[in-house]
Write a protein that binds this ligand. Structure first.
Ligand SMILES: [Zn+2]
Length: 138
């Protein structure tokens, strides 16, 4: 009789001293996920190459499409119920709704997009999920 085959799968090692929740919350506030003091973004959406307080860099992290996707999802879940609620309650004129809702949507998108990017950079940094692009040279 043979012994059963036992396979152990080790989870990927997370950076030991990085709290995912803390890093995401700091990124959401626009702060450096590592120290919470410096800024995670330089300008509107560019990841800072080095935090002004601790020197941690985020420019090598690739958030890709997740910040806009997250922003659209959140804004959609805010604007659509509000629109329906206002329509049900007050029936405002169509021209008024056509003036208000696109402006509210764009304002929320512009407000939340950098926060989403900061949160995603915090998540990537805390989990050690760094972009690995493999390019073949011609
Ligand atoms: Zn920092």
């Amino acid at each position: 009789m043979s012994d059963p085959i036992v396979t152990t799968i080790e989870p990927a090692a997370l950076p030991a001293d990085r709290s995912v929740l803390q890093a995401v919350l700091r990124g959401l506030r626009g702060r450096c996920p590592a120290c919470g003091e410096g800024r995670v973004l330089r300008g509107y959406l560019t990841a800072t190459p080095a935090c002004s307080a601790c020197g941690e860099g985020y420019a090598h992290l690739s958030a890709d499409d997740m910040p806009p996707w997250l922003t659209i999802m959140v804004v959609g879940h805010i604007v659509v119920p509000l629109l329906l609620l206002v329509e049900q309650a007050w029936h405002p004129a169509m021209w008024l709704q056509m003036a208000i809702w696109p402006a509210v949507t764009v304002a929320l998108l512009l407000l939340l997009l950098p926060r989403s990017k900061g949160a995603v950079l915090g998540l990537l940094w805390a989990t050690g999920a760094e972009a690995r692009e493999e390019r073949s040279e011609p």
